[in-house]
Design a protein around this ligand. Structure first.
Ligand SMILES: *Cc1c(COP(=O)(O)O)cnc(C)c1O
Length: 372
């Protein structure tokens, strides 16, 4: 048997889980149609509405990781030939283009410099009447935060396109107000700021978007019309639960426990905790003489990108952090693979202790000791 290894997961995800989430995983398994489990599922959906900032009935955890949320978003809403405008400012925007195009969309990609936020004016100017406008709220590949409130307002002013948003790394980390911002279709993931293992994709869709959905999407597993029969999100009326697929009951219990813990702390407090940790980390890295990568004023607190100093081997440093401190940080993505590090402080890791530990460890490995 291999030995149990425990790490500080300070990369782009998965993060370490909240203790409550780990306890949730260990609860006795229940049948997925057991009334006791359905009560947990219902409360999970209710609490997901709270972290999404939405009153949408159709808010549920999809049984797969964040990328399945992306697939579900496009496969359920793109009709062949639909124009889909995608704001691309990093890897996940690029991936949206690929997924949308496989669903038959005519994709209009609006390219942005990596590290910069999405520019709403350029995005809405890209096409006169798209069916969908899509963007990533928190680009985990670059550490840039985009203003979805402004994008939503611009999209509404320009026409009646649906707004589709990736909130994988923003949910339960930074402010997210789906209804106020006009998000029609949103997907997220559990292993970033929600502080749960990877495996579920919190999803939400407005009535307006659901009304325009593809009736018989190419994906049977991710067909929102069929899924609604199980999670009982179809609104008023008898809540008959029909079997579609076996819900991952342990993962739902874990998410339920984490959401309970997050809402008990209070969303405002959770956002403030992430903001404080990110700011302290970014200040500390700059004090060490390092240069941050994402544009000032648009930096995510939960995912910090920092340039690898000249003459330093990025992979060597990451390996030493792992071996000496049990700390995992992320490499950069694409052309920045070797020139940027990504340091995540998400969920339980958004704490002063984690900030102090990662600054100390990085200072030690780089030979730039911190004063603190
Ligand atoms: C992690 C991530 C995803 C993909 O989620 P998986 O759980 O890896 O499938 C999508 N979008 C963003 C912004 C992410 O950070």
């Amino acid at each position: 048997m291999t030995s149990i290894v425990s790490r500080h997961l300070f990369g782009p995800g998965p993060t370490n889980a909240y203790p409550e989430a780990t306890e949730g995983l260990a609860r006795p398994l229940l049948g997925h149609l057991d009334p006791a489990f359905l009560a947990i599922m219902d409360e999970t959906c209710e609490w997901l509405r709270a972290v999404w900032g939405t009153a949408q009935n159709r808010t549920l955890p999809l049984s797969a990781t964040g990328s399945a949320g992306m697939e579900a978003a496009f496969v359920n809403t793109v009709h062949p030939g639909d124009v889909v405008v995608v704001a691309v400012n990093g890897l996940f925007g690029q991936r949206m283009c690929e997924v949308a195009s496989r669903c038959g969309a005519e994709v209009v990609a609006v390219q942005h410099r990596w590290g910069s936020p999405v520019d709403p004016e350029r995005v809405v100017a890209a096409h006169p009447a798209p069916a969908i406008v899509a963007a990533v709220h928190a680009e985990t590949s670059t550490g840039a935060r985009s203003d979805i409130a402004a994008l939503g307002a611009a999209v509404r002013d320009a026409g009646d396109a649906l707004l589709l948003v990736d909130a994988v790394t923003s949910i339960a980390g930074i402010e997210l107000l789906a209804d106020e911002w006009g998000i029609d279709i949103g997907y997220a993931g559990t292993q970033k700021c929600l502080g749960v293992a990877p495996g579920l994709a919190p999803f939400t869709i407005s009535e307006r978007a659901f009304g325009r959905r593809v009736e018989r999407p190419r994906s049977w597993y991710l067909d929102l019309g069929l899924l609604g029969g199980y999670v009982g999100d179809a609104g008023p009326g008898p809540r008959a639960r029909t079997y579609h697929h076996t819900a991952p009951v342990a993962m739902v219990s874990s998410l339920h426990a984490a959401l309970g813990r997050i809402l008990e702390e209070g969303l405002d407090n959770v956002w403030a905790r992430h903001a404080a940790a990110g700011q302290a980390l970014q200040d500390g890295l700059e004090a060490m003489g390092l240069e941050l990568f994402a544009d000032a004023g648009h930096r995510l607190p939960e995912l910090t990108t920092v340039r690898v100093p000249d003459g330093v081997d990025s992979a060597d440093v990451r390996r030493t952090l792992l071996e000496r401190y049990d700390i995992e940080i992320g490499a950069g993505v694409g052309e920045f693979a070797a020139s940027v590090w990504r340091i995540g402080l998400m969920g339980p890791n958004a704490s002063p202790d984690a900030v102090a530990l990662v600054l100390h460890a990085l200072g030690d490995v780089l030979g730039r000791p911190t004063s603190g």
